[in-house]
Design a protein around this ligand. Structure first.
Ligand SMILES: [Zn+2]
Length: 118
């Protein structure tokens, strides 16, 4: 089975991660969510992405996975939200987009409130 999920938008990223931070976050959340697949982060060009208006140059974050490997493709710098969101898709193939969005927000909010209380 191969799954493709994409978020395409012109929105600017919040809290962008460096490549090292993104790799660390993917490693951490892979373990936390008990995801068996190997995770690869793959930067691609905006010119490879055609948006809803039929024109290339759109921003994209998406994941393609099978039982062994999950590859997160991204045209822009990743955020923690992106990584949690895409890994939740891998962990829960049957979840709807809105459930993934909701659960991602729950996780990110709980991290923020923990940071504030420390
Ligand atoms: Zn999604």
């Amino acid at each position: 089975m191969q799954h493709v999920h994409t978020q395409i938008s012109h929105r600017a990223p919040l809290q962008p991660l460096t490549d090292d931070q993104a790799r660390d976050a993917a490693h951490f959340w892979r373990q936390r969510l008990r995801i068996p697949q190997r995770i690869i982060l793959e930067r691609i060009s905006r010119f490879q992405v055609t948006g809803e208006d039929g024109r290339p140059g759109w921003s994209l974050v998406g994941v393609v996975y099978d039982t062994h490997i999950a590859t997160i493709y991204h045209t822009r710098i990743l955020t923690l939200e992106d990584i949690v969101h895409e890994l939740l898709h891998v962990q829960n193939p049957s979840w709807t987009e809105s459930r993934v969005v909701y659960q991602t927000q729950e996780i990110v909010d709980s991290l923020r409130s923990r940071e504030l209380s420390d």
